[in-house]
Design a protein around this ligand. Structure first.
Ligand code: NAG
Ligand code: NAG
Ligand code: NAG
Ligand code: NAG
Ligand code: NAG
Ligand code: NAG
Length: 386
């Protein structure tokens, strides 16, 4: 049944392929890597709750979403430290025709519920190249690095309460960036990397932003989408997701995951957060649901619990979100997203845009190529050597 659905979906969406985008094979060399990271250490938190049953998920959702949540619910019981060895699944691509521009790598960090394919849907979606920031960046000559954040895709599925938390995701991104910048790096197909520009989507934007604040020497600039930097509407998003314990929702897909790995209940809950009608194709929403990756409750509960000094970051910052972004702006960014300027008082330059006709997952809407142009123009104009 499920495979019949997928086959039908591929047939339907193959018509999208006709917008002729050069085959990725012609313009770039790509390689997948499994990167062993040893002894990664970060501050962490003991949580005040534990997910064992679906009723625990419901109650956690209510506690996070209720109107007085800020004063009645503290997910943190106390400080701790996490140290571990992790295996990170990643992919590096670089243009066949190498130029100086190829020595800048765009490092892309995906959001909650996704994996690295967010940045290159053409890997598994027929016609997906038009939604691929990776392909657009390669066409401009940049190298691109994408990876599955800890707990997602093919990376280590660590303890979803105590280990997969926000600060360790920042440390992992820092470790990966250092590996890319290392002389004679194993992970860059012999392309010497001189500078990095970080891209984030949604949760990945918070990770990239925090990396820039903590380790400015590792980020020549940042471009953030699915992001306002503000948490005012997280309750609308968390409630709308109607999360389920992934292992119980679909044992054949996720049966091996611990109970703290959650996922929105169905395609409509996924789409509630990601998309805005009429600016997307339903086939793309189907793709999101058939390829999604559960999130760890610990990473969502610990977002915003650590202080990072964003005001000390002096390099280029771009905020580029869809007008109808649900988690970032409560469904309407116009008249709200400019508030993000206060987060980045020292950024030079700072560019904030929230009127692009899309929901949260900017890259997956019809007019994605216009968003990619705006994002990559910003890199072209502002890339700075580290
Ligand atoms: C692991 O890293 C910590 C610092 O974060 C260091 O003190 C310790 O010696 C390291 N252990 C190994 C085995 O490298
Ligand atoms: C590329 O970089 C090298 C070394 O930094 C420089 O000499 C050369 O002029 C650059 N080429 C272009 C086309 O920018
Ligand atoms: C990198 O490779 C070059 C050429 O093979 C070599 O001369 C250089 O010593 C290497 N650098 C490091 C840090 O390994
Ligand atoms: C953050 O950084 C700015 C600029 O470097 C500094 O003035 C400020 O004191 C820092 N804030 C905190 C709380 O450390
Ligand atoms: C696509 O997005 C750009 C940038 O926001 C906008 O100027 C253009 O009008 C949009 N095109 C369509 C067909 O929506
Ligand atoms: C001109 C050219 O090299 N075309 C190739 C692009 O990539 C596809 C798929 O790998 C090949 O079939 C074409 O021959």
């Amino acid at each position: 049944m499920a495979s019949a659905l997928i086959a039908a979906l591929l047939l339907t969406s193959s018509s999208l392929a006709q917008a002729s985008v050069p085959s990725p094979a012609n313009i770039s060399n790509c390689q997948f890597f499994t990167i062993p990271l040893k002894n990664i250490s970060a501050p962490s938190f003991k949580l005040s709750f534990e997910i064992k049953t679906q009723f625990d998920v419901n109650d956690w959702t209510i506690n996070e979403a209720r109107r007085d949540s800020a004063t009645t619910f503290n997910p943190i019981a106390g400080p701790s430290t996490t140290t571990g060895d992790f295996s990170i699944s990643a992919r590096f691509c670089t243009p066949v025709k190498q130029t100086n521009v190829s020595q800048t790598v765009l490092v892309m960090t995906h959001g909650l519920g996704a994996d690295k394919t967010y940045w290159d849907p053409s890997l598994t979606l027929a016609g997906g190249a038009q939604y691929s920031l990776t392909q657009a960046a390669l066409a401009r000559g940049y190298s691109v690095f994408t990876y599955d954040r800890l707990g997602t895709g093919q990376s280590t599925k660590a303890d979803p309460h105590n280990v997969v938390q926000f600060p360790i995701q920042v440390e992992i991104l820092a470790a990966l960036t250092r590996l890319l910048l290392a002389p004679n790096s194993t992970y860059t197909l012999k392309t010497p990397i001189k500078s990095t520009f970080h891209f984030g989507h949604s949760y990945g934007s918070f990770v990239a932003a925090s990396l820039a604040a903590q380790y400015p020497e590792l980020a020549g600039g940042i471009s953030l989408s699915g992001y306002s930097g503000l948490f005012d509407f997280f309750n609308v998003f968390i409630a709308g997701w109607q999360s389920r314990i992934a292992a119980q929702l679909d044992p054949s897909r996720w049966g091996k995951l611990q109970s703290g790995y959650l996922t929105p209940v169905d395609i409509y809950a996924d789409s509630y957060e990601d998309f805005k009608t009429p600016y997307f194709d339903h086939a793309v929403a189907e793709w999101v649901t058939t390829t999604k990756s559960p999130y760890a409750v610990g990473e969502l509960a610990t977002l915003g619990q650590t202080f990072y000094n964003f005001s000390s970051y002096t390099k280029p910052v771009q905020v580029y979100s869809g007008r109808f972004d649900m988690s970032g702006c409560g469904g309407q960014c116009v008249g709200f997203i400019d508030g993000a300027a206060a987060i980045w008082p020292s950024a030079k330059p700072l560019s904030i845009s929230g009127d692009f006709l899309a929901g949260h997952s900017v890259n997956l809407h019809h007019n994605a190529s216009a968003a990619f142009k705006a994002m990559l123009d910003f890199v072209d104009q502002n890339k700075v050597l580290l």
